[in-house]
Design a protein around this ligand. Structure first.
Ligand code: ZN
Length: 202
């Protein structure tokens, strides 16, 4: 990045937060290039002991199988994003319950280093039979772990997430906070935390 995306001035190096970064010379603008970040989400939906997976129709990794997911839009709540991706990719209505885990990755690309946070949710199946668009997705279905072990190209990270979901109780993950007295809801916030062992103590 050479020019300010806000006001098009040429960026100049500046010490900021303990290291040199490119920043806009206009103090009224205030833009600083902190690097490239993206947020992904994915969902494990279990029905009758089987997990929902979809087959990629696009490169990279065309033909491989993974749990449904995608990027979180910059103005989209992450719970809405994961429920949307499950619906768009597999035609299944599901409601996010808790966070199974997340992966933070530092990658490289032509545009410079980039980092991605990929948050995996457990979702409760609501309704719908798997269907797909035969374009971005070329297959979808509920499969047992035994069945997936016989399939080619099931993504390791997806199998990791499915394994976690099948081997933990529904109250073990980080759940969305729905109004604790210590932290009232704020517009634009999605707050996740561990729930108390005894819900009666809430
Ligand atoms: Zn600027």
């Amino acid at each position: 990045m050479r020019y300010c995306p806000n006001c098009s001035q040429t960026l100049i190096p500046r010490e900021e937060g303990g290291r040199e970064r490119l920043a806009c010379p206009d103090s009224g603008c205030g833009f600083i290039d902190f690097g490239n970040f993206s947020i992904g989400c994915a969902g494990v939906v279990i029905r009758d002991g089987k997990a929902l997976i979809v087959q990629r129709g696009w490169e990279p990794f065309r033909g491989s199988w993974q749990i449904p997911g995608g990027y979180v839009e910059h103005d989209e709540a992450i719970l809405e994003a994961v429920e949307r991706e499950v619906m768009e990719e597999a035609g299944v209505v599901a409601k996010a319950r808790d966070v199974i885990g997340f992966r933070h990755s530092i990658g490289g690309s032509i545009g410079g280093p980039s980092t991605n946070l990929y948050v995996v949710f457990r979702l409760d199946y609501i309704e719908g039979e798997p269907k797909w668009d035969d374009d971005e997705i070329m297959g979808a279905g509920f499969y047992s772990e035994d069945e997936m072990a016989q399939m080619e190209g099931v993504q390791g990270l997806s199998r990791w997430a499915i394994d976690k979901a099948l081997r933990s109780g529904p109250q073990h993950g980080l759940e969305v906070e729905r109004g604790a007295t210590s932290m009232p809801a704020r517009p634009g916030w999605s707050l996740f935390g561990l729930m108390p062992n005894d819900p009666d103590l809430l």
